[in-house]
Each structure stands twice: as C-alpha cells, then as structure tokens.
Ligand binder design. Sequence first.
Ligand SMILES: Nc1ncnc2c1ncn2[C@@H]1O[C@H](COP(=O)(O)OP(=O)(O)OP(=O)(O)O)[C@@H](O)[C@H]1O
Length: 309
Amino acid sequence: MIEVVNLSKRYGDTLAVDALEFTVRPGIVTGFLGPNGAGKSTTMRMIMGLDRPTTGHALVNGKSLADHRAPLHEVGALLEAKGVHPGRSARDHLLGLAATTGISVRRVDEVLELVGLTEVARKRAGAFSLGMGQRLGIAAALLGDPAVVMLDEPVNGLDPEGVRWIRYLLQDLAAEGRTVFVSSHLMNEMAVTAEHLIIVGRGRLIADVSLADFTAQSARNSVLVRSDRLGDLRPLLLGDGVSITDNGDDALEVVGVTPREIGERAAAAGIPLHELTPVRASLEDAFMELTGDSVQYHGTSAHPQEHAA
Ligand SMILES: Nc1ncnc2c1ncn2[C@@H]1O[C@H](COP(=O)(O)OP(=O)(O)OP(=O)(O)O)[C@@H](O)[C@H]1O
C-alpha cells in the first residue's frame, strides 16, 4: 500500500506537487495519469525518498521508505531511464545490484526469466533496444520481490508487443496481491491496464476514481443512428437534455436517449433503422475533458472543432 498525505513539492516558483492526498491499494493496478508536467514523476520520486517533500509525506506499507530495514523488499521502482553501464551485460548489472543488497544469484536468473531476457542476459546492455532496456529496468525493480511496484511511464517508446507485455505483467503482479502503481499520460493504454485511476493536473488531485465510474460519468456517451428517414426520426427524439448532431453520411449522433428508446420510437413510427450503435466516450476524450484546463503548455490543435464540442 502507498499512502500520500498532504504531499507538496516546490521548485522555485513552480509548485510541482500541490497538497496531494491519495492511497494506492494492493491487488489491483492503479494508473497515475496526468498531462506532461502534472507532477507525476516528482510524486513518485518523493514516494521513493529521492526527493524531499516541501510539505507532507508518503508512506509505503505503513512507513516512510527510509524507515524500512530492507526497502528493496518493500518497493521496486522503474523511474527515469536507469543508468546501466553500456559495456556491462544485463546479468552483471543485476548481479551488481543484488550483491549490494544480499539478494541471491538465483533470484537474478529468476527475474531475467520473468522479463524474458534470459537469452540475451550475457550480452552488452549497450546493444539493447529500448524495449529490452525497459525490461532490464523492470527486472531490477522486481529483484527484491517487492510488495509494491511503481513504474514511471513504462510503455514510453515501446512497440505494441512491448506495450502488451507490460500490461499483462502489471496485471499478473497485481493478481499476486502486490500494489502496482504506474504512471502514464496515455489514457487509452491505462484504460486497458488499470482498474483504478489517480488523475492529476498542475500538481493537484483531479480524480481518484475506479475506471468503471470514470467511464460511466463521461457526458460523451452517445448513440449512432443510421436511417434513410432521419428527417422523420429527428423530431421524435428531441426533448429536454437531448442533443442531436447530424454527422452527414445518413447518420445522427444522439446524446440523452437510450438505444432502446430510439429503437422503440422509430418502430412505432414505422421508420426503418439501418444502424443503432451505442458509442462509449473514448476515455481519451473523458480525460481531455477533465484535464483540459490543467494542461501546462497547450499546443495548437489539429482538430479545433473537437475541443469546441
Ligand atoms: N528538478 C526540478 N527542478 C525544477 N523544476 C522541476 C524539477 N523537476 C520537475 N520540475 C517541474 O515540476 C513540474 C512537474 O514535473 P514532473 O516531471 O513531476 O511532471 P510529470 O507529470 O511527471 O510530467 P511528464 O509526463 O512530462 O514526465 C514541471 O513543471 C517540471 O518542470
């Protein structure tokens, strides 16, 4: 378990983390989401005791990390790219880490196997691809068989196979009862990986919510209706709280009426429907809606009409 209590960090004029409070529970994957610069890495560094909080504190399994006798067994973390000597083999790198903390050679070979690096374990880490380097970083994080696993943007720059591998690994670690806390700015990836979300913007907590509730709350759930008699159908659907958008192509996007209701009204009027599809809001849309104001550096949008919606 990770407990973050009134945690703040100021760098000069920048309040990178602003009175954050949340708990990360064991047994599930918790996604830590926020736009670039939202304070995710800073928060994770403070949890690891690598940065000193301006106010507040973070506890890992009930104590601050410095108070644990064997911190590597409590938490394993992959923070920014690890300093691996490029001339060293993956195995030697892990053996070096293990030796300083009393971890066995057997455990080194176990984690190499777990992350799929056994075959290349004796090759120079300098020749590793980004994905292999990421696997090595994760192997190092898991070395102490920690109860808490914390990864900062682990899927950045990975190919789809690597992304999927990390997703299943995180879910397996959570299923073993560990606390898994993983940061990302990719909402759609978190949507298929995490069960709970902590969302931050400009250092502040914006939402602490289950994935299911987050999706259900989104106002953008709609129904796509296709018919060649849309002109007759439209007045039958209008009402309070209903919005109807013509998306061209013989289709309407309807918000505020259920698919069942639309089907029944169309049937009662004898209007044939060619399609009636519930459209879940993309989680990315919901995330943008929520964090829009807290994005520090807005780029110029290639799709301005989407933001106006
Ligand atoms: N060592 C530092 N010195 C000064 N400012 C810093 C330092 N580290 C972070 N910041 C600032 O604190 C804010 C939060 O940064 P942080 O890296 O924690 O965000 P993040 O959510 O992890 O972003 P990203 O997704 O881009 O990694 C940013 O404005 C950043 O510029």
